[in-house]
Design a protein around this ligand. Sequence first.
Ligand code: NAD
Length: 294
Amino acid sequence: EDKLIRGKVIADEIIAELREEVSSLKEKSGKVPGLAVVLIGEDPASQVYVNSKEKMANSLGYHSVKIVLPLDSSQEAVLAVVEELNNDPAIHGILVQSPPPPQIDEEQIILNINPQKDVDGFHPSNVGLVFTGAKDGFPPCTPWGCLELLKRSKVETKGKHAVIVGRSNIVGKPMASLMIQKGVDSTVTICHSRTADLGAEIRRADIVIAAVGIPEFITGDMVSEGTVVIDVGINRVDDETRPRGYRLCGDVDFESVAPKASLITPVPGGVGPMTIAMLMSNTLLAFKRIENIG
Ligand code: NAD
């Protein structure tokens, strides 16, 4: 359908652009970007994410390292791995897959990643750089992917009312900070679990960005005609009729919302592939900054 924002197709375009740049930089410098992904334990969903990041990095010709630590790893053991990667000249990007097991203090781990290698953009130094509009931060991959989807779909953001549902540090808050940047120029409302009348807020939106974590939570009655809908949610819902016993769906009820939306992202195939593309883009950026090339 015409109103679909095909994230997978747009992500493939970005990946092709990156592939070209990586190969020309390799020719010039003899070096390639290096990405290290640290996984603590073997949570199946996290494994899927980590494997697809590793596969994509390999396919782009990056140096790619996957480190799987035991589920009962101590904080010190994880910090030691981070320190080693901070000091490894072949590694330009480091990420520790979230969520870590409960004995791990994630905040402290993030604080110990060299901000220059923090390609997830979660280090407070990067959060601050992005918030102030400085050029040398790393925007977090998911919100940046959403913005890139809007840009490449030629959605006008200037002066438009963007309603963001969710206030997490990895999606909602940084999304708001990107949408109010000069050049994007949206007027932003941030909604969350204590918002009094969510439907009323969303009905006033030109652009809705849903990052709630509740399957098919936003329904057609909450959305006005002509709204652009970006669905960040990735939820597994039991479904006996599917071979795996579940299906993936977003935080938006596609059935009832799509008829009213002017543009809408599907799940899967919307924001998800963009997150990985932007991670690869940030890793290339880290490489260029650290190696002082490009
Ligand atoms: P989170 O659980 O940290 O945050 C959810 C937010 O939703 C909270 O800020 C909360 O205030 C808000 N919320 C909860 N109930 C609400 C309600 N009834 N009304 C209004 N707001 C409510 O989740 P997150 O990490 O921001 O992720 C959100 C979703 O996006 C999840 O489905 C997650 O799987 C998905 N996600 C996708 C990607 C991707 O690559 N596409 C990346 C990260 C997260």
